[in-house]
Write a protein that binds this ligand. Structure first.
Ligand code: CMC
Length: 429
């Protein structure tokens, strides 16, 4: 295979290097194009064909439905690993030994409390505040409590401390954003519980009761968090890397990622799926009518939880989660009419030419919302659950970007506005 691509432009021929990844994916390196061609850039709205970095964290093949973290298939990790083990794998590059995992867990457990002054921040939010807004602000606010974290270049040990603090405190901040919306007392972390169990304790425990967490729910949550833990250069991850590329601190970079995740075309889809199912149910449950709406180009309605920028065959996370969804509902004895609507919708859409010809399949968010609903997570918290899962991926990507000393992210543009013109005094306009 040729190691260069040739570009003919204005009668000149240019040679562009071909970059090949370890899974044989190929890219044309255009990083020197502008200087070499006297100003040409490439235009790619939505970065659909643009690689922004070389990364060794996650491999994804959208055509074949493959997802691997550091080489390990998602199916094996979701089946066998714990979320903290996967977090360590993503951030450190290798699965931990027993001793490494024990030390990692101890360090995370030591930092689960948040500063008591932060409680006042929560109390200042209105009860109807969306928890994503609260969590994004709280994560950024952590930087004000740990001013030493403002310098992301202060050495590995100090950066690791910031990373461990963030992983430890996020469940506390997330659960408290829910408790605050309910105007219920905050539940403090219980450090004898595992990561998922502790989060569920802070979400649901009541101070006056002897609380236990259902192991079926813990196991479902562990799987969901692993499935969401990384997904290479998506909208929120790219945001984290671009913000971090200005040498902004980790808390600020992750907070920006949380905001990017919030939108319904990205992480917000899990909330949008349940709202859509509810809407269809309230409307009488006529699935065909809503499928027709989704196909109508004059109607802005889209089937939420369908389609994906990179998976054009099936989303491997959806396959795992679909099975988990059936198991959890059966074990918890939940009979949810939303699930019936979801199943009908899935069947109709999968047999419809519009969806088939565009390779639109249910994605991970089609099923995750149904599980979250079954385990009692309020709808507005669904995207916060995605944040909990995606955190180690964002951290790993931020760390990789810093370690590779990547340049500041600064895309170009093709200007389509007015040419130079003279200012006109307001009286003459
Ligand atoms: N319902 C109806 N039509 C759709 C849908 C949908 N959910 N998704 C895509 N299409 C159509 C779209 O109208 C277009 O049709 P045409 O070629 O006739 O113009 C075609 O399929 C290609 O769509 P696109 O918008 O160009 O594709 P994209 O890669 O830019 O967008 C997407 C991907 C995920 C934003 C989109 O499929 C979508 O909006 N899905 C619903 C939201 C959703 O479930 N998002 C969660 C993604 S998974 C979680 C995550 O990783 O963030």
């Amino acid at each position: 295979m040729s190691e260069i691509a040739k570009l003919e432009l204005d009668g000149n021929s240019y040679e562009l290097p071909i970059i090949e990844g370890t899974e044989n994916e190929k890219g044309i390196d255009i990083s020197k194009l502008r200087g070499g061609t006297g100003g040409y850039i490439t235009l790619d709205p939505g970065f659909k064909n643009t690689g922004s970095t070389k990364s060794a964290i996650t491999f994804l093949d959208g055509e074949k439905g493959i997802l691997r973290y550091r080489g390990y298939p998602i199916e094996q990790l979701a089946d066998k690993a714990s979320f903290l083990e996967v977090s360590y794998l993503l951030i450190e590059g290798e699965l931990p030994t027993q001793q490494q995992l024990t030390e990692f867990k101890e360090s995370i457990t030591k930092h689960t409390l948040v500063h008591e002054d932060m409680k006042q921040f929560f109390e200042a939010y209105p009860a109807k505040a969306h928890p994503m807004g609260v969590v994004a602000s709280m994560v950024c606010s952590l930087s004000t409590f740990y001013p030493e974290s403002l310098d992301p270049n202060r050495g590995e040990v100090a950066v690791d401390l910031t990373i461990h603090r963030l992983i430890a405190k996020l469940p506390t901040l997330a659960a408290w954003s829910h408790k605050n919306a309910m105007r219920h007392p905050f539940m403090y972390p219980k450090n004898d519980l595992g990561y998922c169990e502790n989060f569920l304790h802070m979400m649901f425990a009541m101070p006056t009761e002897n609380n236990t967490v259902d192991p079926v729910v813990v196991s479902a949550l562990n799987k969901l968090l692993i499935l969401h833990a990384d997904h290479e250069q998506n909208c929120s991850t790219s945001t984290v890397r671009v913000v971090g590329s200005s040498h902004a601190n980790l808390y600020a970079s992750i907070s920006a990622g949380i905001s990017a995740l919030w939108g319904p075309l990205h992480g917000g889809a899990n909330q949008a799926v349940i709202e859509m199912l509810q809407q269809i149910y309230n409307d009488g449950g006529d699935v065909d009518k809503w499928v027709a709406k989704a196909k109508d180009k004059n109607d802005p309605f889209r089937l939420m939880g369908f389609g994906h920028r990179v998976y054009k065959n099936f989303d491997p996370r959806a396959t795992i989660i679909k099975k988990s969804c059936d198991d959890v509902l059966a074990k918890l004895g939940v009979n949810d009419p939303m699930l019936e609507i979801a199943k009908k919708l899935e069947k109709v859409a999968l047999e419809d030419d519009y969806f088939k010809s565009r390779n639109l399949y249910p994605n991970v968010d089609f099923y995750s919302g149904i599980i979250y609903k079954a385990i009692g997570i309020p709808t507005e918290m669904f995207t916060v659950m995605f944040v909990l899962g995606r955190l180690p991926g964002w951290i790993a990507q931020w760390k990789e970007m810093r370690e590779n000393n990547e340049p500041i992210g600064r895309p170009r543009q093709i200007y389509t506005g007015e040419n130079a013109r003279d200012y006109v005094n307001i009286a003459n306009r």
